[in-house]
Write a protein that binds this ligand. Sequence first.
Ligand code: DOR
Ligand code: ZN
Length: 484
Amino acid sequence: MTSTQHADLVIHGGRIVSPDSERQESIAIKDGRVLAIGAPDTMPAAHETLDAAGLHILPGAIDVHVHFRDPGYPQKEDFASGTAAAAFGGVTTVFDMPNTLPTIATPEALAAKHVIAKEKAYVDYGLYAVLGEPSLDHIDALVEGGIIGFKLYMGNTFGKVPSPTTGAMLEAFELVAPTGKRISLHAETNSIMERRETRLRESGRTDPLAHLAARPDVVAVEAVARAAILAEWTGARIHILHISSSAELRPLAEAKARGVDITGETCPHYLMLSSDDYERLRGVIRVNPPVREAVNQEKLWAALEDGTIDMIATDHAPHAIDEKTRADIWTVDCGFPGVETQMPLMLTAMSGRQGSIRDYVKWSAEKPAKTWGLYPRKGALDVGSDADIAIVDMNRPWTIDDALIQSRAKISPFHGMRASALPIHTLVRGRFVMKDRILQEDSRGWGGSVHSIQAMPPGEVRNGETTMAAITSHDPFANIEATS
Ligand code: DOR
Ligand code: ZN
């Protein structure tokens, strides 16, 4: 065997999981990619080997919804602490949200964030740009500058990114549709929840459940339906973030049936927590959209299982302890960390439901990669795929302790929950970023932006003759006047 056939690393003894198989096989890695998968005696010689006997080998999770707060809020998180948390959670790619300071609405802000992320990241990442009035003039420049997609806030949340009117939203969809980029939506209708919050405050309510009362299901379902109509009209691709209620499933499923290019995610907190937990957790559970009545949980699980909901993401939204423990619920920052605990909690919950680990791989890796044009480089462990790998002990009971998580946000509603699975090693493009539960600090800066490998088919514009650009670019009578 010549030296060029040497692998950098061969992992023996693990159980390799894909959406349609589980195989006890070895996996060889070279130059960051999967070189071979098969019986141990078919593997090339390797510079390094790893014994994964008794462990499961999964494609690293792709978390398409995290807030790493960099630049702007270092007391909450930065790109190093956030991506370290990802590494400990078996997450090898994250898509970071644009509600930083400054907001990522201009090519200049995007370029500055690329520099920060490149210097600090332990795992691969995509960067979102905000879609709204401040960015409408920069759509093409933002695409050129290297984004994974756009984020549109239909409702206000942390960072006070103004929510566009429906008119501005339609124009935004028209502008993004031809680029082929997907628009991820915070689908909560601002005018409904703002009005309700004002009334609740006037009535003197400051208790945790007042937050849920301000944002009932209708806030989300109206937004999902409206976004789907605008996507259908313009041909824009959309993704519904953090689906929290069973009510949202109908407009989502109906839009899919009409052929709208629409996908959806839910998060562990909507599957595992409910309104019954507000009294115990108080401000810690405050998140947008809110955790809802327990009756939603089973329907969200069923929607994941039947494919109506495509994937799991976390909305990892770190805040400092004092920002989460204020007595008046309206002054508590919304969100909590989750990127590090998603995989253990989901695998644990699924084993209790007799769920298949293959389904988990579909929701955490394959679907996100396919939805954003990264498959099969990402989201799969086939020959030629990036060697983005989570090596997991499926039989390791432990208790989540906020004090021990990598994220700077040492407060979450998951504190004290029992889990039965734990990622032991995480590799990004063949390199250990977490090994034996130890952060590989020399891998800081190893992460890179995945926009350069994104391959989305071009957008299919609909109703192009009615777009704002089309109707303002010419006078339909100009020719007639010129010739008369
Ligand atoms: O609760 C939330 N917090 N929901 C969001 O959509 C944003 C997030 C944040 O950035 O803190
Ligand atoms: Zn979010």
